[in-house]
Design a binder for this molecule. Structure first.
Ligand code: AGP
Length: 631
């Protein structure tokens, strides 16, 4: 939530295009408003707009707003906002100034004690121009300066007064050769080039400039400056600034992670849906042994005994990651026979979960690795004595760094705000994990081998599913979007229930329409009351042991004149014969536990095309942010 950019360079140039292109790469973090500030000839110049950088920062206008001096700029900051305190408006957009307009800051996070700080600052004569929590920061620094502190001390004093979470970047006319950064709870790193340092909320914003980074940890600051014609930095802790730290310089080498373009696709979401076969392949690659029929999860290697002895599994996650965990739960319970409890992280944090930490292994699942509820759940679980593992997509993210160990979901950058390929990658990890836990609990090598062979086939079958279903799903989505359906429910049984939940989430996020999801058998216990000619039921029912039961439920819906789309496999389609319902056919699988990998594809496409038919922005649905770093 919110994206920060800061550039300092000893090679003066027009920094505005670099700031804008980095902000565009961070749009997934927030896109309701945006702003840039640079120091120009001893003054701070600022432009703020409502909307996303790619929609509002057009070349002509920006060139006019920032007239580039002949010797260029050496320092600037930028921000994309996802409003938490104060509605999206130019006044609330970052960068924010102090009263004197001598310093500008951008902030990602939430300041919990801003109301009391604001009151105090107002009583000291400060004037606030926004309704944000952030604006207390520049005024606190200004106040500390007035009381005699140096710029750096004022910055660090201020950071130490803030409760909540922050990633902050500061520039000031008092020292135009200095970019100050501080982090607590919100991600912040800086990239290193020969004559330039670039701060950002995420490495993907600046990978086109550098793949060498230093990531700040909670409670750390960085002082980036231009000295004697070159850039330099020091890093320390906010509460003990004199104690300097030597930090590891990280290099991102995986080129696929750097692909942040839409390529041939018209949207990131469509690209990411179509990347799923290769994501699945990459996620399982090198993580199993065909000879032994076992999964080989290097990240968990030091915890083999704990996994072997675990009596139960607990998952914590939010949104799509929770839905993937629910599928994972069915896999682990079915294959390994261990009870699994899947908790929504925002609930887990505040409730009593009567599980025994020493007998339980906890898996935190998250695409971003930043989700506040999941991160706090992990911290809480660790305090209680659980061993915590991660299934995380973003390497080096906060959750990945907090858990004891884990397995990365190798989905690459997911830019579309509605998660698609991360879900598939999480499923891939859960299949491997379930096989691993099962092999330790009596699954024969033969059975393990069989499952792994089928798992290897999944990427090809995913491609086939996309090819076979996309046009029919598109037609159906457009048909129902134009029909103005009043009610839509996604239904299934067993392992298909979490798929219906994920389908409904995707549908809500993209179409802005309410959608329900139920176990099919529950229909008759209430939800059937909504079925009529204006209701649509999407039923996930490939041919399996519950097929006949599912047919019963289908009849019940049809008898109430409901509209139906069935997602079934080739055998299921044959068995159904001529039906007055639309059928989307996916390939038949030997092992029915693997169906989620294929079913999800037409369900994602359905939400995607329905939203497009309504004229919605599929990459940046309204009100959402890619990483939910607030509670
Ligand atoms: C998915 O489409 C959502 N945008 C959202 O539910 C997301 O899955 C959730 O916020 C969890 O995010 P994480 O995986 O980054 O932790």
């Amino acid at each position: 939530m919110c994206g920060i950019i800061g550039i300092i360079t000893s090679e003066k140039r027009n920094l505005i295009p670099e700031i804008i292109s980095s902000l565009k790469n961070l749009e997934y973090r927030g896109y309701d408003s945006t702003g840039i500030a640079i120091i120009d000839n001893g003054n701070i110049k600022r432009v703020r707009r409502i909307g996303a950088p790619s929609d509002v920062f057009h070349n002509q206008e920006i060139t006019e707003a920032f007239e580039v001096p002949s010797d260029g700029f050496s320092i600037g900051i930028g921000h994309n906002r996802w409003a938490t305190h104060g509605k999206p408006s130019e006044e609330n957009a970052h960068p924010h100034f102090d009263c004197g307009g001598n310093l500008a800051i951008v902030h990602n996070g939430t300041i919990l004690n801003y109301e009391s700080l604001r009151k105090e600052l107002i009583s000291l004569g400060h004037t606030f121009l926004s309704t944000t929590d952030t604006e207390v920061i520049p005024h606190l620094i200004e106040q500390s300066r007035k009381e005699g502190a140096s710029l750096k001390d004022a910055f660090l004093n201020t950071a130490s007064l803030l409760h909540g979470s922050f990633g902050i970047a500061l520039i000031s006319t008092d020292d135009p050769n200095r970019l100050l950064l501080a982090k607590h709870g919100s991600p912040l790193l800086f990239g290193i080039l020969d004559n330039t340092l670039i701060a950002a909320s995420s490495s993907n914003a600046i990978l086109s400039y550098t793949n060498t980074f230093i990531a700040l940890a909670d409670g750390e600051y960085a002082d980036l400056s231009i000295k004697e014609g070159s850039v330099t930095y020091i890093i320390g802790t906010i509460l003990d600034p004199e104690k300097l730290l030597t930090k590891e310089v990280m290099t991102i080498t995986d080129k696929s992670l750097g692909d942040m373009t839409k390529g041939e696709y018209e949207s990131f979401m469509k690209k990411e849906i179509h990347e799923q076969p290769s994501v699945f392949r990459t996620t399982i690659l090198g993580r199993y042994d065909e000879e032994t029929g076992d999964a080989v999860l290097g990240g968990l290697i030091d915890y083999e005994e704990i996994l072997r002895n675990a009596k139960q599994v607990l998952t914590v996650a939010c949104g799509t990651a929770h839905n993937a965990s629910l599928v994972g739960g069915v896999l682990i319970e079915t294959l390994a026979g261990i009870p699994v409890r899947s908790e929504i992280a925002s609930e887990f944090r505040y409730k009593k979960v009567p599980m025994i930490p020493t007998e339980t292994v906890l898996f935190a699942v998250s695409q971003s690795g930043e989700t506040a509820d999941t991160l706090e759940s992990v911290k809480e679980a660790r305090r209680k004595g659980y061993k915590t593992f991660g299934i995380i997509n973003v390497v080096g993210s906060a959750i990945a760094e907090t858990v004891d160990a884990g397995v990365y979901a190798r989905a690459g950058f997911e830019i579309g705000v509605a998660s698609t390929k991360a879900f598939t990658a999480q499923l891939a990890v859960f299949y491997l994990l379930a096989i691993k836990l099962a092999r330790e609990r009596g699954m024969t090598p033969q059975k393990g081998k069989g499952l792994l062979t089928e798992l290897e086939e999944i990427p090809n079958l995913m491609t086939k599913t996309l090819v076979d279903t996309e046009s029919i799903v598109r037609e159906l989505a457009e048909h129902y979007a134009n029909k103005n359906i009043c009610t839509i429910n996604f239904l299934g049984r067993g392992i298909h229930v979490p798929l219906s939940t994920e389908a409904a989430l995707k549908f809500k996020e993209l179409t802005y329409l309410e959608a329900g999801s139920y176990p099919l058998g529950e229909l008759k216990h209430g939800p059937i009351a909504v079925i009529d000619n204006d209701a649509l039921s999407v039923i996930i029912m490939p041919y399996d042991e519950l097929f006949e039961l599912n047919k019963n439920s289908l009849e019940q819906i049809l008898s109430k004149s409901g509209n139906v789309i069935l997602i079934t496999d080739e055998i299921g389609a044959k068995k159904l014969g001529a039906q007055s319902v639309d059928i989307v056919v996916i390939p038949t699988l030997k092992n029915t536990l693997l169906y989620p990998t294929l079913e999800i594809l037409p369900l994602q496409l359905f939400a995607y095309y329905y939203a497009l038919a309504l004229g919605n922005n599929v990459d940046k649905p309204r009100n959402l942010a890619k990483s939910v770093t607030v509670e």
